[in-house]
Design a protein around this ligand. Structure first.
Ligand SMILES: Cc1cc2nc3c(=O)[nH]c(=O)nc-3n(C[C@H](O)[C@H](O)[C@H](O)COP(=O)(O)O)c2cc1C
Length: 248
């Protein structure tokens, strides 16, 4: 028997054709974004913003600068998923609710802020990489939440980022990482799920350090026993969470 959550994950596929008659309420859109924001972010930066394009007027502004993709006007909503350049100066503000809730001791805040500063300050490429990682995790959470709710989704890189940024008033530090349409899929028109590369081709078990230039790698076997369900929460319990001060 397969776990229902895993079943939801493994049965997802990108939606191409949506039922344009079916909309989502603003509360449903808010709920999708709330779920998206439970995704992890480096140092709990939460350096993202989600612009919901759901009115005919806003969709008409987006579609011509998004390769004229029909999903923009036919899906209930298209999110412009923005990542914000990683900035360590926001760490105290982002961690304040954890301190207030008694999750993190106040003295630990600099232990996150300082490594974040060392990691990002003066490194624009890293700041941008983090913006892209953050937005991608957020988008992924929305994709799987949508799937679990019976909705289709389309992640899209087919858009003109230089045009989208001014059209939707993105801030200087915001990167439009991807568009993500969500709505009700038209079941008969959409393709079935595409086959994947075999795990044995994409998984390597790291073993002994290889000599430079060697191409011999330990590959995963083609067949294996499925994972049993977890019996306990594999979170911080049983470990010293405070010792994770340098977590990124
Ligand atoms: C970063 C990214 C960008 C994508 N851009 C587009 C796009 O612009 N238009 C589109 O129709 N599909 C787009 N896709 C969907 C991919 O074509 C699709 O995920 C891939 O073919 C695998 O199919 P599946 O998602 O159904 O498993 C994108 C997917 C990703 C992850």
């Amino acid at each position: 028997m397969i776990n229902a959550i895993i079943e939801s994950i493994v049965s997802r596929s990108t939606t191409k054709y949506y039922d344009p008659a079916i909309t989502l309420t603003d509360d449903q859109i808010r709920e999708l974004v709330r779920i998206g924001t439970t995704a992890p972010t480096s140092f709990h930066l939460q350096n993202w913003r989600f612009i919901a394009v759901r009115t005919p007027e806003a969709k008409a502004r987006l579609r011509p600068i998004a390769w004229d993709q029909p999903a923009i006007t036919e899906a209930a909503v298209t999110f412009i998923i923005c990542g914000q350049l990683a900035d360590s100066s926001v760490v105290p503000e982002r961690l304040a609710p954890l301190v207030k809730a008694g999750i993190m001791p106040a003295k630990m805040v600099p232990e996150w802020e300082i490594p974040a500063r060392n990691l990002y300050m003066g490194y624009p490429q890293r700041q941008r990489d983090e913006a892209v990682r953050t937005a991608t995790f957020g988008a992924a959470a929305i994709i799987y939440a949508a799937r679990a709710l019976g909705l289709g989704s389309t992640p899209m890189i087919g858009f003109d980022a230089e045009a989208v940024a001014p059209e939707f008033a993105l801030a200087e530090d915001e990167v439009p990482v991807m568009l993500l349409s969500v709505g009700v899929a038209l079941p008969k028109k959409n393709w079935p799920q595409k086959p994947r590369r075999p795990v044995a081709d994409v998984l390597e078990f790291a073993g002994l350090r290889m000599a430079a230039g060697s191409t011999k790698r330990e590959r995963a076997p083609a067949e294996w026993t499925p994972l049993p369900p977890l019996e306990r929460d594999p979170g911080c319990d049983g470990r010293d969470c405070e010792s994770e001060a340098a977590e990124v």
